[in-house]
Ligand binder design. Structure first.
Ligand SMILES: Cc1cc2nc3c(=O)[nH]c(=O)nc-3n(C[C@H](O)[C@H](O)[C@H](O)COP(=O)(O)OP(=O)(O)OC[C@H]3O[C@@H](n4cnc5c(N)ncnc54)[C@H](O)[C@@H]3O)c2cc1C
Length: 284
């Protein structure tokens, strides 16, 4: 796994990442399927400016789609705009996004769009909106961004499929909430909006208070609600939750594990949480 990094980084990253190649991701997805959990598979890599990196990424997603179909894995794929060429041009990104979702639709595989830094949200949303009516696509919305309530108003009118997260990035004060508690308050506001106006959405968080509130709201709701977590953070809870609710786990794989792992390290905040998530009884 990876070229750089010391032993501790690799140990931590190994908990969060399925492995270096797509077969590792498929194996982990099958393990979670055996626990009634759907996998959301992401090939690690972002901010590409070289055509060869983008071409390789597309090939890997196309192969992954075939594995998912042929081996009947219960899994979606989830792609990042900047791994599909957004830093080269919007046209390049849209062309590559459409190529992947068309192949995925042909194999009955659902494609999610991850959301990255705030400056890419408009391009991600417009590419998604062009495709939403054709189905089998979903998009991530981040509660740290002040614009997200307006984005949800627009998207829910079109029956978009939404994954609600707090957001793994930061942005300026005029665009985003600056404190964890404001971001969490906004998460509740957006989640309530989805329970009133959404159709199909995913509550993607490890925040226990939010999860409990969503379970309560879901008791009397007719919405299609899924709970989702990242691999290696609260696997045990995900398995328990899957006895009663629809649950997905985000399964990243690939060599480029460093940016993803640093985002997770930052969120863990302190060593105790990292160690707890490392030594939780789940072996995968
Ligand atoms: C399925 C899924 C898909 C995602 N997709 C995107 C995306 O496309 N774009 C994006 O910006 N973000 C994405 N994220 C990440 C998300 O935005 C948050 O950065 C991340 O989930 C941490 O926030 P939280 O909601 O768990 O709340 P937090 O307040 O960060 O965490 C709540 C609690 O969870 C535990 N916890 C959280 N992280 C860790 C950790 N690393 N180790 C140990 N314990 C931890 C702690 O107990 C913490 O108190 C995704 C998250 C999930 C679950």
């Amino acid at each position: 796994m990876g070229k750089a990094g010391n032993a501790i980084e690799k140990l931590v990253a190994g908990r969060w990442i399925a492995g270096a190649n797509d077969r590792d991701a498929i194996a982990v997805a099958k393990y979670f399927n055996s626990k009634k959990i759907r996998a959301l598979i992401n090939f690690l890599g972002e901010a590409y400016t070289k055509e060869e990196d983008i071409a390789k990424t597309i090939d890997i997603y196309l192969r992954l789609i075939r594995y998912i179909e042929n081996e009947k894995v219960i899994a979606d794929i989830t792609v990042k705009p900047t791994q599909l060429g957004l830093l080269i041009s919007n046209d390049e990104f849209v062309k590559n996004y459409k190529k992947i979702i068309n192949a995925a639709r042909g194999s009955k595989v659902f494609t999610w769009m991850d959301m990255e830094e705030a400056e890419y949200v408009d391009d991600a949303l417009s590419a998604y909106e062009e495709e939403v009516d054709n189905g089998m696509v979903g998009i991530c919305i981040q509660s740290y961004l002040k614009r997200s309530i307006d984005d949800l108003r627009k998207l829910t009118k079109r029956d978009a499929v939404i994954r609600l997260v707090k957001g793994a990035y930061s942005a300026s004060k005029n665009k985003s909430f600056q404190t964890r508690s404001e971001t969490t308050d906004n998460y509740y506001k957006l989640m309530n909006f989805l329970f009133e106006n959404g159709k199909s959405f995913t509550i993607a968080t490890h925040d226990l208070d939010i999860i409990h509130e969503a379970i309560k709201l879901n008791k009397n709701s007719k919405k299609d609600v899924t709970f989702a977590m990242l691999k290696g953070i609260r696997n045990k809870l995900a398995v328990q939750l899957a006895e009663k609710e629809k649950v997905s786990i985000y399964v990243p794989f690939g060599e480029e594990w460093i940016p993803y792992s640093y985002r997770r390290l930052k969120e863990a905040g302190h060593l105790k949480l990292i160690i707890r998530s490392l030594f939780e009884s789940q072996s995968i």
